[in-house]
Design a protein around this ligand. Structure first.
Ligand code: ZN
Length: 499
């Protein structure tokens, strides 16, 4: 290996040490740390973030990356690592360090305020933080050479190549194909899912989570499950990937699908090739690609009948009273029940993209100035009325439900819908090579994981999403795979073609 690459690796070791410390502290703050310590903690974490910023935007690193980018002796994989790293770094260098540190502190404080606001059902606690974050995001744009592109800049941050024009087209297909189906289903007899709202003790739910994680072959030697307000996955490194969930005493399925969703993310990070695991591409994976893997687990697999062949009876043993009169078919039908509901993370697959559309339209409006920032909570409610015909009684089920805006993740939401779209195409390709239902029925989840590793996970973030999709499926992304899948699945479930 050449000298510059060796120097670069040594430099990256230093960066990764800072990242590990900050990442561990951040996980601690989100899970077990007492809220009272947040001021002290956040000031110091923001300081360390600043030190990391200095290290990762230095002239020395820039010089190394520039040299490597012109080095003809590097193989294709190494050239890609250098290309992505250099691209991101050039961008980061436009942001002044003071601004960066101030922003880091703000989002940590905002997260604490958001959690308090959500628990107390009071948007006013969070509002000043949200407005300040928006102001700083707008200021951030003024530092960037392409800042005049506005919201497109943030969309591209999370999904390279995506723009408002492309998302507009994507969402207009969704509206055209799905809204009529949702309308027809609302006129049908509703599926009974009342068992879900029974009392499910949390210690028993934990037992169930472990059972499901074993079935989907979660790598417990290199990962853990913890609890938080808002479920997330935290990949500290290949051999330490942490997933979290939130248990509700009066919902059986909320935590089940959160756990499976997060395990889909974790599986991506666990399955990267060893020689890439300590490089820049370990987790600079686009959000759409990452969400495609979590949504694939959560929906395409876990909401299918055969996923439960090996789990339903053991689950009944954990909750014998609550599930006494429920069959596997009733359970699977219930977890696919279409309902215009308030909370995104509990939404069915069919109405889910409308939840995303609402957030996408709001974010667009925030950055093009067409939304009155003083009325964000009201506009949220108006959009739920418009698209889903319902209105939140409590802010915790309205604008406060998601964690994302508290950490400034504008541009992230649309990737959930896009990722679900990618997943449809991956599943279609997978089913050419594997009988997926049979793998599930035979307790051979590993075969599914092997396919995903071989076609997608091993590469980490080596390829752009557009390239990765072609590698895995042989075709460029076609959102019709997604809308066709949803229309077919739900027409069958609700007997819409049997007029
Ligand atoms: Zn996710």
């Amino acid at each position: 290996m050449n000298e510059t690459w060796k120097k670069y690796e040594e430099y990256m070791f230093k960066i990764s040490a800072y990242e590990l410390m900050l990442g561990t502290a951040s996980f601690d703050a989100h899970t077990v740390a007492p809220k009272g310590g947040s001021e002290y903690r956040n000031e110091r974490m923001a300081y360390i973030s600043g030190e990391l910023y200095t290290l990762s935007t230095s002239d020395e690193l820039l010089q190394m990356l520039k040299e490597l980018s012109e080095d003809e002796s590097l193989d294709d994989d190494h050239r890609r690592i250098v290309r992505w790293h250099l691209k991101d770094m050039m961008r980061d260098r436009y942001i002044p360090k003071d601004f960066f540190v101030e922003y880091e502190k703000l989002v940590m404080d905002a997260n604490v305020a958001w959690e308090k606001a959500k628990n107390e059902n009071d948007y006013q606690i969070f509002k000043p933080y949200l407005l300040k974050i928006i102001e700083m995001k707008k200021q951030q744009l003024t530092y960037l050479p392409d800042g005049d592109k506005g919201y497109d800049v943030f969309l591209d941050d999370y999904e390279p190549g995506m723009t408002m024009a492309k998302y507009d087209e994507f969402f207009s297909l969704i509206k055209e194909k799905l809204v009529p189906v949702i309308k027809k289903i609302r006129e049908r007899e509703q599926i009974d899912d009342s068992f879900n709202y029974d009392y499910y003790p949390i210690d028993k739910q934990k037992e169930l989570a472990e059972l499901i994680m074993k079935y989907i072959d979660f790598d417990f030697d290199n990962g853990i499950l913890s609890t938080t307000e808002h479920p997330f996955t935290h990949p500290l490194q290949k051999h330490d990937v942490r997933v979290t969930t939130h248990y509700y005493e009066h919902s059986l399925v909320s935590s089940i699908f959160s756990v499976i969703h997060e395990c889909g993310h974790a599986n991506y990070n666990h399955s990267i090739r060893d020689d890439l695991a300590e490089t820049y591409v370990f987790d600079n994976i686009s959000s759409g690609m990452h969400e495609s893997q979590s949504r694939l687990f959560e929906n395409y697999l876990a909401r299918s009948y055969h996923f439960w062949d090996n789990l339903f009876e053991p689950m009944k043993q954990i909750f014998p009273e609550q599930l006494k009169n429920v069959t596997q078919k009733q359970f699977v039908d219930a977890v696919n029940k279409v309902e215009c509901s308030l909370v995104r993370t509990d939404a069915d697959e069919l109405t889910y993209p409308l939840h995303i559309l609402i957030r996408y339209e709001m974010e667009k409006g925030i950055f093009d100035g067409t939304i009155d920032l003083e009325r964000l909570d009201e506009i949220w409610d108006e959009k739920y009325q418009e698209y889903l015909g319902i209105k939140a009684e409590k802010a915790s089920q309205g604008i406060l439900q998601d964690v994302h805006w508290s950490d400034g993740s504008f541009g992230y939401f649309p990737t959930y819908a896009l990722g679900s779209g990618y997943a449809a195409q991956f599943v279609k390709a997978m089913s050419r090579d594997l009988d997926i239902d049979q793998c599930l029925a035979n307790n051979e989840f590993k075969k599914i994981k092997d396919w995903l590793r071989e076609k997608i996970h091993q590469y980490g973030g080596l390829y752009l999403p557009s390239e990765q999709i072609v590698i895995a499926t042989g075709q460029p992304f076609d959102p019709h795979n997604y809308t066709d899948y949803l229309v077919e699945k739900y027409s069958k479930l609700y007997g819409l073609n049997e007029e």
